[in-house]
Design a protein around this ligand. Structure first.
Ligand code: 2AM
Length: 213
């Protein structure tokens, strides 16, 4: 490709401040630890193990992937559709390198991924690609629905899956409210899909930037 194509990153996104990354990782580990012990979770273990009687250690089940971030646009060094247009968007240019406050409003777990849902502000939505939610197989979801931080993936699962899992959960009409936990209310959506809506969203400083491997 041309030099211009070469200069596009693997992805753009908000990168969580490193001191907050530890806090977010701890919160998610605590959640996994608690989830693991719930009778309701044990009842649906087969979703994770494929076998009814087998045990699962959720903390071991998921592998962490690099620095915590919320991808806005996966550019694949210019090979992804719309990458160049995104990089040329005035909002992207203007806000590149700026600090933001991200609000993590929920944690979710599926047999494939664990992640945090990010609730975007109006200004943050300026950096969100118009077609990110297109991947949803359901009726269209509101702009920004897919915004998330990947916290871990099961063996052999690509991080790309986390956003798809979130879209899938959000497209389901209503889950089964399991219990009110200290962190928030826990809902089960079938097929091993769990969502914890946080009572207090986690607010975290994050820098809008890009990543080159
Ligand atoms: P994630 O945003 O769900 O964590 C590098 O692979 C980063 O780009 C990861 O953070 C990954 O997933 C994201 N990513 C990879 N492929 C993608 C795609 N096709 N669409 C959107 N995001 C993607």
């Amino acid at each position: 490709g041309s030099l211009e194509e070469m200069s596009l990153p693997l992805y753009f996104g908000w990168f969580l401040l490193s001191s907050i990354q530890d806090k977010v990782r701890c919160t998610s580990m605590d959640f996994l630890k608690t989830l693991d012990t719930l009778e309701a979770f044990k009842k649906h273990l087969i979703d994770f193990t494929g076998k009814a009687e087998k045990e699962v250690d959720l903390e071991q089940y998921f592998q962490a992937k690099g620095t915590l971030h919320c991808t806005t646009m996966f550019c694949n060094y210019g090979k992804a559709e719309g990458a160049k247009e995104y990089a040329q968007n005035p909002a992207v240019k203007d806000l590149y390198g700026s600090a933001f406050e991200l609000s993590l409003s929920a944690l979710f777990v599926t047999p494939r991924t664990v992640g945090a849902r990010v609730s975007l502000s109006e200004e943050q939505l300026l950096l969100w690609p118009a077609d990110a939610e297109k991947a949803a197989e359901s009726a269209p979801l509101p702009l920004g629905s897919r915004a998330h931080v990947t916290l871990g993936c099961a063996e052999g699962v690509e991080p790309l899956q986390t956003g798809l899992d979130l879209l899938e959960i959000l497209a389901l009409p209503n889950g089964e409210l399991i219990e009110e936990m200290e962190l928030g209310s826990l809902t089960y959506y079938g097929e091993g899909r769990w969502l914890l809506a946080l009572r207090e969203p986690i607010c975290t400083p994050a820098c809008f930037s890009s990543f080159y491997d």
